[in-house]
Design a protein. Sequence first.
Length: 78
Amino acid sequence: MTPEPVAEPLKQRFADWIDQRTEKGVATYGHPLSTFNGRDATRDSFEELLDFCQYQHQRVMELEALVAQLKQELRSLR
């Protein structure tokens, strides 16, 4: 396999993701996220972090269930 740089494509992906989130924010709230908007950015960030942790744990649980299912299927094939 040929080594490939990571940073440049990741920068582009982040730019694309930020553009998509901005578009979603405009569609939902009528404007992009801005400073001095009356919200507590620290609290919002913490709540988003908690959501992220739950999504990640959901994924771990799903992967564990899939692994268990695959192991069961392999046992039944033997």
